[in-house]
Design a protein around this ligand. Structure first.
Ligand code: COA
Length: 532
C-alpha cells in the first residue's frame, strides 16, 4: 500500500486561521443556500400548501428511495441577477427504485414557477447531465411557462428544452413527466416529448393555449378541464398515460414507471470501500485564507481517496503538478492536482502523458484546481510554454474518460482550461468556498490595465494622471475580486454548485456513481496533433 502521510497539525496557528476563514465562508454560503430553499418565501409557500400542494423539494423527497441522498445541482443559479436565487427550479441526481435519475422540479412558489434565463440554463444543464451519463430524466412540472418580461432571452434558445427531451428518448435514455399543475404553451411539450406521463385529476393543465387565448384566437368558449385536464388527456387525447388521484398517487406511479424501465447501468457499483485515514473535518484547515500561500494538495487527496492510498506518477518530474492513481468510493480515478500554483512546461507534458494513460486504461480523471496559470517570462516562452500548455489542453479536450473538476483554490488564466475548466466539459464541476476564478488575479489585472493606460498616454505625449490611476486600480481590483468568487460564478452556472469541503468525498462518490451509468471508454488515439 502507498498510504499518504500528513503534516497537517490541527493545533498550528495557520490551521486555526484557515479553518476560521473557511467557517466564515461556509456561514455566508449557507445564508445564500437558505434563499434558494425559501423559494418564493412564506406568503407564496403558505398559499401553495393551502391549495393542498406539496413544495418542489417535498415532491422530490417523496419520489426518492427512503434514506438515499439527493445531489442537488446549481442551487445558487441566478445569484447576483434580477431573478430569485435558485432560478425557480430544483435539479439534481437521486435514486428512484434503485435507479439513479436526474430530477428537475419547478418551484411554483417563485413567480408561478415561470422560467427565466437562469431557469433555462439550469434546466439545459440537467438535460446535458442526463444525456452524458445516460440517467433517466424525471420532470416534476408546474410552471407558468416563460417568464414573460424576460421572454426575449428565453423564447428562442428555450426550444432546446423540448429538443433535448426527444433526443434523450432517441438515445434510449428514458424520460418521465409528472404534471402537478400548469404546463401550458411550450410547457405542454414537456409531457408531449416525454416517454411516460402522469397527470393528476383536477390539477394538471396541459394545453397549448388556455381559455382566454382560445377565445382570442378562435372565439371558442372553453374551460381548463376540457382543454387540458387529466381526465380529458387520460380518456380523450391520450396524452396522459397515468391518471393519478392526487400528488402522492402521482409520485407513487412515477416510482412504478421507473421500476419498470429496467434501466441498467453500464458499470455495477463497486463494493464498499475503505474510508480515508484522516478526518474530512481537517479539509477546512488546509487551504490558507491568502491563496498566494502554497499548500500541499496531497493533504486534500489524503482526505478524499479510499484508505488515503495514492500511487503517485512521476513525483520527481514537474513537481508543481501532482498526478497519481487512487480509488474513490471504490471507483478508480487518476488525480491531477496543482501544487505551488504555476504550471511549467514539465508539468504540462506530464499532464498530457498522464491523461493519455488514463484514456488507455478507461480511468476517469479528477482535477483539483489551485493554479495561477502557465508560467510567463522570456526563459519559459523560449522553453516552449505555449506549445507545452497547448499539449496539455489538447489532451484534456480530446480525452474521452469522464472528468470531474473541483476548484479548491485559485483557477486563473489558461490554467483553468488545462485543468478542465467549465468550457472543457467536465461531467461535473464543483467549487469550494475558498476558490477564485478569473482571467488573472485582481491585483495583476488592475496592474496590467494601469501599465497599458500609462503606455497609451505616453504614446500620445499626454501626462499620466496618477491619482485617477490609483482610483481605477482600486475599483477594478474590487470588481474582479467580486467576480472571481464562487457564489458569483455559481450564479452564472459556471459550476454545478459550491460545496462544503468536508462533503467532497461524498459528492465525488455520487458523481462517479452517476458517470458509470454510461460506458467509461477512453480515447485510443484521436487526440489533436501534439506539438512536440
Ligand atoms: N411570467 C412572469 N411572471 C409570472 C408568470 C409568467 N409567466 N406567471 C406568473 N407570474 C407571476 C405573477 O404575476 C404573480 O406575481 P405577483 O405575485 O408579484 O403578482 C406570481 O407570479 C404568482 O402568480 P399567480 O398567478 O398569483 O399564481 P397562481 O399559482 O395562482 O397561478 C399560473 C400560476 C402560472 C397558473 C398563472 O400565474 C398564469 O396563468 N400565468 C401565466 C401563464 C402563461 O400564460 N405563460 C405564458 C406561457 S409561454
Amino acid at each position: 500500500m502507498t498510504r499518504l502521510s500528513t503534516a497537517v497539525d490541527p493545533r498550528a496557528p495557520e490551521y486555526a486561521a484557515a479553518r476560521g476563514a473557511a467557517l466564515e465562508r461556509l456561514a455566508a454560503l449557507d445564508a445564500e443556500h437558505a434563499k434558494a430553499l425559501a423559494g418564493g418565501g412564506e406568503k407564496y409557500t403558505a398559499r401553495h400548501r393551502d391549495r393542498g400542494k406539496l413544495p418542489a423539494r417535498e415532491r422530490i423527497e417523496l419520489l426518492l428511495d427512503p434514506d438515499t441522498p439527493f445531489l442537488e445541482l446549481s442551487p445558487l443559479a441566478a445569484w447576483g441577477s434580477d431573478h430569485p436565487v435558485g432560478a425557480s427550479l430544483v435539479t439534481g441526481i437521486g435514486t428512484v427504485e434503485g435507479t439513479e435519475c436526474v430530477i428537475t422540479a419547478n418551484d411554483p412558489t417563485v413567480r408561478g414557477g415561470a422560467s427565466n434565463p437562469w431557469t433555462l440554463k439550469k434546466a439545459l444543464r440537467a438535460n446535458e447531465i442526463a444525456l452524458q451519463n445516460r440517467l433517466p430524466l424525471i420532470s416534476l412540472v408546474e410552471s407558468g411557462g416563460a417568464d414573460l418580461p424576460s421572454q426575449k432571452e428565453i423564447f428562442i434558445p428555450g426550444g432546446a428544452l423540448f429538443r433535448d427531451l426527444t433526443r434523450l428518448s432517441a438515445a434510449g435514455v428514458p424520460t418521465v413527466a409528472v404534471v402537478f399543475g400548469n404546463s401550458t404553451a411550450g410547457g405542454a411539450y414537456v409531457p408531449g416529448m416525454s416517454d411516460h406521463t402522469v397527470m393528476i385529476k383536477g390539477r394538471s393543465k396541459v394545453f397549448l393555449g388556455g381559455p382566454p387565448l382560445v377565445k382570442m384566437a378562435t372565439g371558442e368558449e372553453s374551460d381548463d378541464e376540457s382543454l387540458g385536464g387529466a381526465d380529458m388527456h387520460a380518456r380523450t387525447s391520450g396524452l396522459a398515460d397515468h391518471h393519478a388521484v392526487d400528488e402522492h398517487d402521482a409520485i407513487r406511479r412515477a416510482r412504478r414507471i421507473v421500476a419498470r424501465l429496467e434501466h441498467r447501468r453500464a458499470h455495477p457499483a463497486p463494493p464498499a470501500a475503505e474510508e480515508p485515514l484522516y478526518d474530512a473535518e481537517e479539509l477546512l484547515g488546509i487551504v490558507p485564507e491568502d491563496l498566494r500561500t502554497p499548500f500541499d494538495p496531497r493533504e486534500v487527496i489524503a482526505r478524499i481517496v479510499d484508505g488515503s492510498d495514492f500511487d503517485e506518477f512521476k513525483p520527481l518530474y514537474g513537481s508543481s503538478l501532482v498526478t497519481g492513481w487512487a480509488r474513490l468510493h471504490g471507483w478508480p480515478v487518476g488525480v491531477l492536482a496543482n501544487a505551488r500554483g504555476v504550471l511549467f512546461s514539465a508539468e504540462s507534458q506530464k499532464a498530457a502523458q498522464f491523461i493519455q494513460l488514463a484514456n488507455q486504461r478507461d480511468i476517469p480523471l479528477l482535477f483539483l484546481h489551485n493554479t495561477t496559470g502557465y508560467m510567463v517570462g522570456r526563459e519559459y516562452e523560449q522553453g516552449g510554454i505555449v506549445k507545452h500548455g497547448a499539449m496539455m489542453i489538447n489532451a484534456v479536450s480530446n480525452s474521452r474518460v469522464p472528468h470531474l473538476s473541483v476548484l479548491i483554490g485559485a483557477s486563473y488564466g489558461a490554467g483553468h482550461y488545462g485543468m478542465c475548466g467549465r468550457a472543457y466539459e467536465p461531467r461535473f464541476l464543483f467549487a469550494w468556498p475558498s476558490a477564485k476564478s478569473a482571467v488573472m488575479g485582481p491585483q495583476q489585472l488592475a496592474g496590467v490595465l494601469s501599465i497599458v493606460a500609462r503606455q497609451s498616454a505616453a504614446a500620445k505625449g499626454k501626462p499620466y494622471d496618477e491619482e485617477a490611476d490609483a482610483g481605477m486600480r482600486a475599483f477594478v481590483e474590487a470588481q474582479i475580486e467580486a467576480e472571481s468568487l464562487p457564489v458569483f460564478l455559481s450564479g452564472r452556472l459556471y459550476d454545478d454548485g459550491v460545496i462544503d469541503p468536508r462533503d467532497t468525498r461524498t459528492v465525488l462518490g455520487l458523481c462517479l456513481s452517476a458517470v458509470h451509468n454510461a460506458p467509461v471508454e477512453g480515447a485510443r488515439g484521436g487526440f489533436g496533433v501534439f506539438r512536440m
